[in-house]
Design a protein. Structure first.
Length: 541
């Protein structure tokens, strides 16, 4: 197997000169193999190159899915070695180690593995993504069983609740910046997953026999009924980490396999770009700041769950609280306490958004923040408050900023009331940022060019490293779409103009930048990828 074989294969798949190939070799030198350089720069698709090489080398080509492996064989190798070289041992068969390999040209790595196990190698070609998924999956199981053993709990024991295991999961979730921890029963195993940068990732898989112990431990910490398994339960817990109290919201939900638990870090604060501008670009920040100086009116912040709406609202409230004003909120729950802001939480004693909002209006407020406008009653009271001298801030679940108008009318608010109260709407999304530690410049594929436009010649993509947990992404950045309700828009709303007409006016006359335009600009700057555009905003317009 030689460099000439790789060169010959690549040139069969894509037109290129000897000089082009030599350039690739030069740029790969000292950083990675030529094979990896070719894939990273998207000269040839990974699956096409693997297919061609499998024919030439006689290697088995694995399906485009996570390969199945014998966990006892995986356990023979340190996780960091498998991740570093992107290989996954699958099984030992007929005195051969079957090895899934991403780059078959790392000959010294293959030889080192052969000498370590003292067995011949049977190499299989597999996509980088699927090998990494396999390493994560099998080692999460290994780590979970080790944690259970350390905690004094094994699958076949009937010992006390898994205190150390739960504490280890809470500590790990906090340390990696997870916003949520999911503990999910699936018959013979319990899967523990974390939401990091808005995306779910597997952390551990524990034996199903200890699931009830894990749930019982969490219920005790959250002061929930450990004997009740038939109905949902909600609560809060606090655990100490380095003598610091960390608050979590707990939700327990019965499923066919048992009770699922979701824990949300209420103290979770993601790093925010442009925090001084509410996470916005300067131009959008200045337009929103002008709206926030209005003596009355409604401003809605829209987007799906997990798009950062609450974080933006809290940044705004912190700034507004510096003024000589009375600010009152009604929230479910209060996720962050803000000095000089009167915050009220919805509760089971009869305080819902409607009841709480009516009471707040008797508290002489200047500014009111409603955690979420979710029903006609809340929407109607908010509109009346906005029209009687209060600045009202709230959130809605809509696809974009302009759709706030339709959402309010769908709730039964008359168009003339919407036009008389609404002064602006801000749509927001969070996009994952390319990891700066492993980012590389590459060509977009033809499919990606359809998403971002053919004028963008180069993009940046993270190839994956230990700093980004081999995802290629580290951190998130917000994009916004700001829709102002000026006199013309008020007339259009009162005349029941369509959302499309309102959007065209906002873009052509107000100069509103859409979410998709903002996302594509971030791709052009190398801050995010076309996949994130597709995931977050491609179908929102």
């Amino acid at each position: 197997m030689s460099n000439s074989l790789l060169k010959q294969t690549v040139m069969q798949l894509r037109e290129m000169t000897d000089e082009d190939y030599d350039w690739l070799v030069h740029h790969a030198e000292g950083r990675c193999t030529v094979f990896q350089e070719i894939i990273n720069r998207r000269i040839v698709k990974e699956e096409d190159l693997h297919y061609a090489l499998s024919k030439k080398l006689g290697y088995r080509l694995l399906a485009r899915e996570m390969p199945r492996a014998d966990i006892d064989v995986v356990r023979l190798f340190p996780r960091n070695v498998l991740e570093k070289y992107c290989v996954l041992p699958l099984e030992i068969s007929n005195q051969e180690l079957v090895l899934a390999v991403y780059d078959p040209f790392e000959l010294y790595v293959l030889e080192e593995i052969r000498q370590t196990v003292g067995l011949a190698l049977r190499v299989c070609l597999c996509g980088r993504k699927y090998i990494r998924e396999g390493i994560s999956y099998y080692y999460s199981d290994i780590d979970a069983r080790n944690a259970a053993r350390i905690a004094g709990v094994t699958a076949d024991s009937g010992e006390a609740p898994a205190i150390k295991l739960v504490d280890a999961v809470l500590d790990h979730g906090y340390s990696v910046g997870a916003s949520d921890i999911h503990i999910e029963p699936f018959g013979d195993e319990t899967v523990i997953r974390l939401r990091v940068d808005g995306v779910m990732t597997d952390y551990a898989a524990a034996p199903g026999e200890i699931h009830s112990m894990i749930v019982a431990r969490i219920k005790v910490m959250a002061d929930l009924d450990i004997a009740e398994h038939r109905i949902p339960q909600d609560g809060n817990l606090v655990f100490l980490r380095d003598n610091e109290a960390v608050n979590l919201r707990v939700s327990v939900m019965p499923t066919v396999y048992g009770e699922k638990v979701v824990l949300r870090f209420l103290d979770f604060e993601a790093e925010i770009d442009n925090a001084g501008y509410y996470g916005m670009e300067e131009a959008a920040y200045k337009r929103l700041s002008r709206l926030l100086k209005a003596p009355n009116g409604m401003i809605y912040f829209t987007g799906p769950t997990g798009s950062g709406k609450s974080t933006t609202l809290y940044l705004i409230l912190e700034e507004l609280a510096k003024q000589p004003v009375n600010i009152c909120t009604i929230e479910e729950p209060v996720e962050r306490r803000i000095p000089r802001v009167n915050q009220t939480a919805v509760n089971d004693a009869g305080v819902n958004f409607g009841v709480g909002l009516r009471a707040i209006l008797r508290q002489d407020p200047d500014i009111i923040m409603i955690g979420e406008t979710r029903d006609p009653e809340t929407a109607e009271i908010a509109v009346r408050a906005a029209m009687t001298g209060h600045l009202v801030l709230s959130t809605l679940h809509t696809t974009d900023a302009v759709a706030s108008v339709d959402r309010l009318t769908d709730m039964g608010i008359a168009p003339y009331l919407v036009s008389g109260s609404l002064i602006g709407a801000v749509a927001q999304r969070l996009l994952r940022k390319v990891c700066t530690a492993c980012a590389e410049e590459c060509f977009p594929t033809s499919e990606e060019s359809e998403i971002i436009g053919r004028e963008i010649r180069f993009i940046r993509r993270g190839k994956g490293c230990h700093l980004c947990n081999y995802t290629g992404y580290k951190g998130r950045i917000a994009i916004h779409e700001l829709f102002e309700v000026d006199s013309t828009v008020k007339e259009m709303i009162a005349q029941r103009k369509s959302t499309g007409e309102l959007r065209r006016y906002a873009c052509s006359v107000q100069g509103m930048k859409t979410l998709r335009q903002s996302a594509v600009e971030l791709v052009a700057k190398g801050l995010t990828t076309p996949e994130e555009v597709l995931r977050a905003v491609f179908f929102s317009e």
